[in-house]
Design a protein around this ligand. Structure first.
Ligand code: GLA
Length: 378
């Protein structure tokens, strides 16, 4: 499977945990379509852990969907997702049990891959709990990778080993199209900040066919649900969505789609931010100032297809700040005779940079995101 840009979709875990069922999936699919998420580029509807019975079928050894949660089986759920023009994602685990203690795929990888193919699955998130200490991650992920490659259906392989065992150094050998690089996100500012800042130096490992997955977003959860913690403010969600877009991570929403406020819908369908996430050049984002990595005020840039430049100015600190960016830090020295026409992707307003620099005030816990055109300085 060729995956040119970061996958986009929605996953049940962050909000619903074990409280999932067919009705919820149907309502979420309906909402997904009604709110225009499909048109904005979102594709996958992923059912995370807790969808099966506690034990495999004793005769066939197959994983069996929970009769209570999914009385019509998973094929019916997949059909509904497909009828709505979306793709069907499922979850399993490289160990003998999943993280929530349902059957895992170890020793049954090829059987499970064939079962998923029969149900019409298009995406498999593959977790890392309850595996034998001696079984190393590359070995386990290659097993399921091969099972998926031979199951007769194109299934996107989404590895989830939380960044351990230097996952970036071997994950491409497994055929995975994305790899979780961190432990679980929680719906609070610190968790989001740690993931964003921690992964920025690791985006050099993220490229077409295998993307650094910084976890499902908590945007729009406002403290509710399975990983709901103290919650974030709207501005902090703008930071989160902007960071995931600019860093080039998969965008898997994790809130209750049915309860998104209009401003959250507007944020997660912001075409300009999504265009940066999905930019065909898939260039690596970089920290603008030399030596600024590790600071709470982080200016990040990324070259885009066609010559534009994306710039995000993130104030992760607890105080309002001013930041100045010298154009020469962007590869545009004075003698280039270029300045920037900068469009703010949240407010829609435009401004011009100076010939040498631009300065912007950024309130605490907020971001300014710009798409910049390089124009002659007259
Ligand atoms: C792990 C993963 C989560 C989620 C749960 C399910 O913690 O990292 O994203 O899939 O398991 O139990």
């Amino acid at each position: 499977m060729i995956v040119q840009t970061p996958p986009m979709g929605w996953n049940t875990w962050n909000t619903f945990g074990e409280h999932i069922n067919e009705q919820l999936i149907r309502e979420s699919v309906d909402t997904f379509v009604k709110l225009g998420l499909r048109e904005a580029g979102y594709q996958y509807v992923v059912i995370d852990d807790c969808w099966s019975e506690r034990e495999r079928d004793s005769k066939t050894n197959e994983i069996v969907p929970s009769k209570e949660k999914f009385p019509n089986g998973m094929k019916a759920v997949g059909d509904y997702i497909h009828e709505n023009g979306l793709k069907f994602g499922m979850y399993s685990c490289a160990g003998v049990r999943t993280c929530a203690n349902y059957p895992g795929s170890f020793g049954h990888e090829f059987l499970d891959a064939r079962t998923f193919a029969r149900w019409g699955v298009d995406f498999l998130k593959y977790d890392y709990c309850l595996k034998a200490f001696s079984d190393k991650a590359p070995y386990l992920y290659r097993r399921m990778g091969q099972a998926l490659r031979t199951c007769g259906r194109d299934i996107l392989f989404s590895a989830c080993n939380w960044g351990v065992e230097d996952v970036w150094s071997w994950i491409r050998t497994t055929g995975a199209s994305m790899y979780r690089s961190t432990g679980d996100i929680f719906d609070n500012f610190e968790s989001m900040k740690n993931i964003a800042l921690g992964q920025l130096p690791k985006m050099c490992y993220s490229a077409p066919n295998c993307f650094n997955d910084m976890d499902m977003l908590t945007v729009g959860m406002f403290g509710n649900g399975n990983v709901g913690s103290s919650g974030c403010s709207y501005e902090e969600y703008v930071m989160q969505f902007s960071a995931w877009c600019l860093w080039g991570a998969p965008i898997m929403l994790g809130c209750d789609l049915r309860k998104m406020t209009p401003e959250i819908v507007k944020l997660v369908t912001n075409r300009d931010l999504i265009a940066i996430n999905q930019d065909p050049l898939v260039a690596q984002p970089y920290c603008i100032e030399p030596g600024a990595m590790g600071s709470d005020l982080v200016n990040v840039a990324r070259i885009l297809e066609g010559g534009d430049l994306a710039i995000g100015l993130f104030n992760f600190s607890d105080n309002d700040r001013h930041t100045t960016v010298l154009l020469e830090w962007l590869g545009l020295p004075y003698e280039s005779k270029i300045r920037l026409e900068m469009r703010d992707l949240i407010s829609g307003e435009s401004m011009m940079s100076g010939r040498d620099e631009f300065s912007v005030r950024i309130p605490r816990h907020s971001v300014r995101m710009f798409r910049c055109k390089l124009v002659p300085a007259v």
